[in-house]
Write a protein that binds this ligand. Sequence first.
Ligand code: PEP
Ligand code: MG
Length: 566
Amino acid sequence: MSRPMRLRGIGASIGVAIAPARVLGREPRRVSYDRIDDAAVSTELARFEEAVARSRSEIEAAKQQLTQEHGSQYAPILDVYLLMHGDALLIDAIAECIRNDGINAEWAVARVVERLRAPLLRDTSSYFRERAQDIDHVKEHLLRQLSGEPRIEAYSGGPFVLVAHDLTPADAVHLLAPPTVGLVTEIGASSSHTAILARTFGVPAVVGVGPLSLEIQDGEEVLVDGFGGEVCIGVSAEERSEAESRRARFVAFLQGEQANGSVTRDGVEVRITANVELPTEVEAAVESGAEGIGLYRTEFMCLDRPEPPTEDEQVDVYRAVATAMAPNNVVFRTFDLRGDKRFHADRLEAREEEWLKSQVRAVLRASSEGSVSLMFPMVGSVDELVRAQALVEECREELSDPSARSAVLPVGMMVEVPSAALLADRFARHADFFSVGTNDLTHYTMGLERGQDRGRATPLDPAVLHLLARTVAAADRAGIPCALCGDMAADPLSLGLAVGLGFRQISVPVSVVPLARAVIRNATVQLTREVAEAALECESAEAVGELLADRLGEQLDPLRRSPERS
Ligand code: PEP
Ligand code: MG
């Protein structure tokens, strides 16, 4: 491909880096198939067990390094992989495959992993697709150990941008340190473990760029723009200096008038809270200045386990989170598991109902530790909401502790399917609060499948904006709070639009909290309102995008390109 070349991906860790590329792992790993005769099976099993042990100690070492350098809060990322090294569905199944089918360990690893990955990859939930990636990482570790290949050595020499298909978390801990100044990966999402670690280490990263390793040559200069999710090869001096100036503008924007918290220039307070997936993020949420947790995605606690954690385990987690955030509020969302595991409050199997009830009881028991709310996802009918509310009352009755029985627990719902937005007035009679999920709302409204839409779903579509306006208006009339917690608010201009549409509580990924607060400090409600009114009249998402860039860009987008280059 000719130069200059631009590749688009997901900006997973903000910042700009320019350095020569070091390309990792171009060759797909080849796995050979060998039959093992009965006499050799025990030797093969021993070889596999040794590989598991070596792989485990490599991850243990990475965990120790991570804890020493960045604190213990990130260790659970690697714990997940350690757990998988003892998982019956994975490790025992591979051993069984070697024993019963008489095949070599490499082939058994590949076969079992493929069996586990396939259904996860077909799932519409990014949560499950990412679990498939976790299994892939374990496979990579095991195959590397079986081949006797040494682990990838950290490079020495000058700064460089690491270009890889993906990194296993243990490799990420090892490699995302100087002289690595940037990261580009072919696969991944902003919530994948590699992305979380890149943010932890402050390495600008763009992930999910697609099959690029054939395009980028080792040693050529690469510009990683972790703000805009862009990778440029063959950059001009002008582009280099523009990237530098965007970085400087961004830092100044974040730092400006911090004392004002998150109040707009015309004096309106907009509360910025954090979306959290793992307990490890809570400390970072507090440090980021988040005024609470607007969305705690509890399904991430079901990581790599066939059933949710027990009620007591959940109480421990919820209490710790509520205590860490006190006096600010934490909104725990009940498990939002898609596919065949999806919990719908109105049509639960007996076992699922017990899971949901033990979760609700756990939240009630934890609520004495701080300010806690409970939220149900995917509510599509008023009946469902009423049933969910009744379930909370049943759970109260089941508790023996009088303080948990009488705990103050606002119960709200996510507005993320069009039926909820359309009848928001009726839902508002029963809900204590709304939280709008623009990720699902956009997909359901536009008839697109999540994870399969190739980036075509945008909450800026006027149809979605009308649903948002309708929901805020209904909540205002009913006098209940209405927050926004979808990814729409992670973009500065869309966040401005949300303020104009009337949202006064906005929840964003932890890494975006400082940016979101800075956006609010720079915004005026008067201008955003005018822009929102105009956006509702537009005919397309493109027109809304242009309107936002035109009217709000100067005030709210510290990352915009110079007009002559955009
Ligand atoms: C949403 O749908 O916008 C949302 C916040 O929920 P999730 O992304 O977890 O589905
Ligand atoms: Mg959702």
